[in-house]
Design a protein around this ligand. Sequence first.
Ligand code: ZN
Length: 253
Amino acid sequence: MIPTFEPGALSVLCLMAHPDDAEILAAGTLARLRREHGATIHIATVAMGDLGSVEHPSAEIARIRHGEGVLAASLLDGTFDCLGERDLCVHYHPAIFHKAVTLLRKVKADIVITHAPSDYLLDHEEASRIARAAAFGAPIPNLLPGMAPLPRIPWLYYADPIEGHDALGRPAESEFFIDISPTITDKENMLACHASQRDWLKKHHGMDEYIEAMKRHGALQGAKAGVPFAEGFVQHKGHSYPQENILLRILGS
Ligand SMILES: [Zn+2]
């Protein structure tokens, strides 16, 4: 049974590994939740993005990327948080689990969107595990007592892995698609806030098309859904997680 949320009462947390992951993988859906349902949008990363530069030292690029994350989230009147881990060192451990639980409780998350369990980068997979565990733990009163627990386990969704295939190169099957054609410009504007990464990807990956690549993937998923642009998701349906699909119910056609 999906509870009824008053307009503006829905809180959505997109907890990813690095700054820009949320914009690449889920910003069109976040924008629709904001624009159509008044949802409060929170974007957060486990890592600081401190390796994402060939010209700035770690502390400086981390600071730059934090600012880019704040700016991108602000386009949806949202917040940006970083849990402070180093790039390529993200792994599940008690301290980061507790930070994630604290974040879920702070933003009173109803819906959590994270990375696919199998993705090209271990940071993404570990961030996914951390989000999954935090969603389960956040309602448990004896976990970090002194902070109000969530009333229930949030809905948990996995965004498509980067470029739509898993760590072994196999095509990732999206369980369902959200039509992001109405918000593709929001997504583009949010991604464009990550100016440092446009430059970095060009140098490291030889990819000069930060935004065009995002749009190509969106169009590819859109073709599967019969719309111009889409984002694909899989819902986590393990024991005691919400089973109904709230995203599809409120954003589906
Ligand atoms: Zn990433």
